[in-house]
Design a protein around this ligand. Structure first.
Ligand code: AMP
Length: 538
């Protein structure tokens, strides 16, 4: 081997903030606060406040490697925690506040959290679980002044701003091994207990660099980025690292996630890029149609977390000239694994062809390898037809779960995802289902995602879920469950499938419901839906 002569510098998340503070010091983080007002501070100010936070942790004798949890919306104080906690060698544990309080207590205990920082919105959860969380030494409310009622209900609770004000605002960010833990996030797991995925400084940094690439989120210092995806869900898909890295303005929506509030904030802050799950975009699209225009600077959206229907992609791209980037990943992959950007030769495709490719889950980004495998783990061809489970390997893919007591889930280094689909020769993934939600009729896979996408293209359909219904002859048949937003009958929806799918794969029946149960990260809970409809164990 011939030794290289390059400097070695560990990749640490503190470097991201110090870079932003030095080179983009006057670029702003704009936040809608829980109190409802708009708050502005620069990256330079953020670094000084993160330094105070790190000093506050030192003063509380929180050791390196100790976990510090957040129960918080997307906002500037949450950003300070991202950097103040991880940057000083502690581990940031972002807890999903939409989980049931008992599950939150379970997660806090499992992670052994020493401190919990919480938005006042979540004070009722905190007061309910505090007695069940013996590892937590301090509860810190993210507010200007503590409400009297909270002081009475939670003995010893701290006020974040008072705590910060008592610290100095300079800090020598420590250098340490880039492979140590920066953050931990529990999967939303609908079956069994949630599992902790532990991100390193290295994996978080590499993932953020990749997110910024042109075929991904395409970030530059001219962008104004609004992550709607919560900072408690897979670190807002890395946006809170990638934006300061690229020098983007960061716009954070707090708890106001309805279409009108998002539209107003995007408009006022000249947001060029926004990142979220499909359900959020339905609200924004409705608002855009109401206003007869898009937020004035909006150029791109990155969408993932659940399948984005082609009809939604067409509305963004064709009606509003917004570039739509459909991505796929999971908590275990930080999450970015694939993204549906086109190649030069795709410019020759007609609109339908381009939209079909954009509606796939996309092709692997550099740094993540995919493998299509059958039930025995044997590799299947990338021919666009063979259906198998997708497995992952890569710089920011989990190798195991925190203290799960279970065997390592990887096989030969490949992490099975539980997602079933095809991969075409260019690497474009087309997901058909989650393995646990699969529908098999007469021995053939039926793609619930394809069925849902076609239903979603009907203007009177607000939300659609396709689930398996037990059937004596076929084993299972697809059942379409629809939430209406206008008058429509089953026959009219079923007519949409003619010529779009094989006859045997078309649902026989549509059931109308008032709502489809959603999980803590906005994904449809199909098992719960099947239970509600009396289809489980029937
Ligand atoms: P989570 O770990 O909560 O982020 O959930 C990850 C799971 O969400 C994946 O394994 C997929 O089942 C699903 N998912 C994420 N992105 C997409 C997408 N673009 N299309 C379909 N399913 C998706």
């Amino acid at each position: 081997m011939f030794e290289a002569l390059m400097q070695r510098r560990e990749m640490l998340v503190s470097h991201i903030l110090t870079h932003a503070a030095t080179c983009h010091g006057d670029t702003e983080i704009v936040s809608r606060r829980v109190e409802g007002d708009i708050h502005r501070q620069t990256y330079a100010q953020t670094e000084r406040r993160a330094a105070r936070l790190a000093r506050g942790l030192d003063a509380m004798r929180i050791e390196r490697g100790d976990r510090v949890a957040t129960l918080a919306w997307n906002g500037y104080r949450h950003v300070e925690a991202y950097y103040g906690v991880s940057g000083s060698g502690r581990v940031l544990h972002t807890v999903n506040p939409r989980l049931h309080p008992d599950q939150i207590a379970w997660i806090v205990n499992h992670a052994g959290d020493r401190i919990v920082l919480f938005d006042l919105t979540f004070a009722p959860i905190v007061t309910r679980i505090a007695a069940q969380c013996p590892s937590v030494a301090h509860w810190i409310a993210l507010c200007d002044a503590l409400p009297d009622a909270l002081r009475d209900e939670l003995a010893g609770v701290h006020c974040y701003e008072e705590w910060l004000a008592a610290q100095r605002d300079d800090y020598a960010w420590p250098e340490f091994d880039e492979d140590v833990a920066a953050a931990i996030c529990y999967t939303s797991g609908t079956v069994g207990n949630p599992k902790g995925v532990v991100y390193s400084h290295r994996s978080s940094t590499l993932h953020a660099l990749n997110l910024a690439m042109p075929d991904c989120a395409c970030l530059s210092a001219s962008d104004s980025v609004l992550p709607v995806v919560p900072m408690f869900h897979v670190n807002a898909w890395g946006a809170v690292y990638a934006a300061p890295m690229a020098g983007c303005k960061l716009v954070l929506p707090g708890p106001a996630l309805d279409g009108a509030s998002l539209f107003g904030l995007m408009d006022a802050e000249d947001v060029t890029l926004s990142i979220s799950v499909p359900t959020i975009w339905l609200g924004l699209l409705t608002q855009m149609e109401r206003e007869g225009r898009k937020p004035r600077a909006l150029a791109r959206v990155v969408v993932g977390g659940a399948a984005a229907p082609e009809s939604m992609i067409r509305r963004f791209e064709q009606d509003w000239s917004v570039d739509f980037r459909h991505g796929w990943g999971m908590t275990e992959s930080s999450p970015l694994a694939t993204i549906a950007s086109l190649k030069a030769r795709h410019a020759q495709l007609d609109t339908d062809g381009r939209m079909r490719l954009k509606a796939t889950q996309g092709r692997p980004v550099f740094g993540v390898q995919l493998r299509l495998q059958d039930d025995d783990g044997a590799a299947l061809p990338w021919d666009g037809r063979s259906i198998g489970e997708i497995a992952l390997k890569g710089h920011w893919v989990a190798s195991g779960y925190f203290d799960s007591g279970k065997p390592n889930p990887t096989r030969d280094g490949w992490l099975p995802t539980g997602d079933l689909g095809t991969i075409d020769p260019d690497g474009y993934v087309h997901l058909v289902d989650r393995s646990k939600d699969v529908i098999k009729s007469g021995g053939e896979w039926v793609s619930s995602i394809d069925i849902e996408n076609i239903a979603m293209a009907h203007p009177a359909v607000a939300m659609a879920a396709c689930v398996a219904k037990p059937d004596e002859k076929w084993g299972e048949r697809p059942l379409l469950v629809v939430v209406r937003k206008g008058p429509v009958e089953a026959a009219e929806i079923l007519a949409c499938y003619t010529d779009k799918m094989a006859k045997w794969a078309i649902p026989d029946e549509v059931r109308f419901v008032d709502q489809i149960p959603l999980g803590a990260t906005g994904k449809m809970l199909k098992r719960k839906l099947r239970e509600d409809l009396g289809l489980v164990g029937a």
